[in-house]
Design a protein around this ligand. Structure first.
Ligand SMILES: C[S@@+](CC[C@H](N)C(=O)[O-])C[C@H]1O[C@@H](n2cnc3c(N)ncnc32)[C@H](O)[C@@H]1O
Length: 194
């Protein structure tokens, strides 16, 4: 049982993605990159409702996580639903051995917890097609800001080094959106092309 299994035994409720935000992002991707978006991989899906949001939008969805507790709870919810376009895979994102293929790779509130970020990003890049996109949503900290524990800096990655690493791996890295929350929290959405 890993650390995340223990966390999921307490049935945490993480916030869903905002449908309006995601629809606007999709409109942009369809217009600028790929008009025929069919499938999406949610990297570090946990028990998130996002897989149902994507399925309701008509995507074929693959959720990837390494918490058996989360995957089994989510599979029960999928079995109880009418959706037949959601598949779950147990896979450690630190060492992805499977071939992943999708129009959209999305990683929400999980990137911080990946140990070898460069290896992870390179694997995503090599899995992407020329017209795939990688949507990375993560809390970030900034060098010149003093954080308190309530700001939860431990679930964030440092902003400028993250941009630098992304730019060293991918051809296009757009800082698409920031949610500035509370006193000092900043949740960034990067829109990345292979
Ligand atoms: C904060 S939760 C976010 C879950 C979901 N994306 C959401 O927004 O509700 C972080 C997720 O990352 C997963 N995770 C962390 N490290 C992982 C790894 N090395 N491989 C696969 N999943 C991992 C955890 O199991 C957990 O489901």
């Amino acid at each position: 049982m890993n650390k995340w299994d223990k966390i999921f035994e307490s049935k945490p409720k993480y916030k869903p993605l905002n449908d309006i935000f995601f629809q606007k992002l999709l409109e942009k991707v369809k217009k600028e990159i790929n008009p025929n978006l069919k499938n999406i991989i949610d990297l570090g899906c946990g028990t998130s409702r996002s897989v149902f949001q994507f399925a309701r939008m008509g995507f074929d969805v693959v959720g990837v996580d390494f918490s058996e507790v989360a995957l089994s709870a989510l599979q029960n919810d999928i079995d109880d639903s009418d959706f037949n376009n959601i598949k779950l895979i147990n896979q450690d994102l630190n060492d992805i051995t499977l071939d992943l293929e999708a129009d959209i790779f999305i990683c929400v509130f999980t990137y911080t917890f990946i140990n070898d970020k460069e290896k992870f990003l390179k694997k995503i890049k090599s899995s992407m097609k020329e017209d795939s996109v990688f949507v990375l949503i993560t809390p970030v900290t900034h060098e010149n800001v003093k954080y308190l524990e309530i700001d939860k800096p431990q679930i964030a990655v440092e902003y400028s080094s993250t941009v630098k690493l992304l730019k060293s791996v991918f051809s296009v890295v757009e800082d698409y959106h920031h949610d500035y929350i509370g006193a000092r929290e900043d949740y960034v959405t990067f829109l990345v092309k292979k």
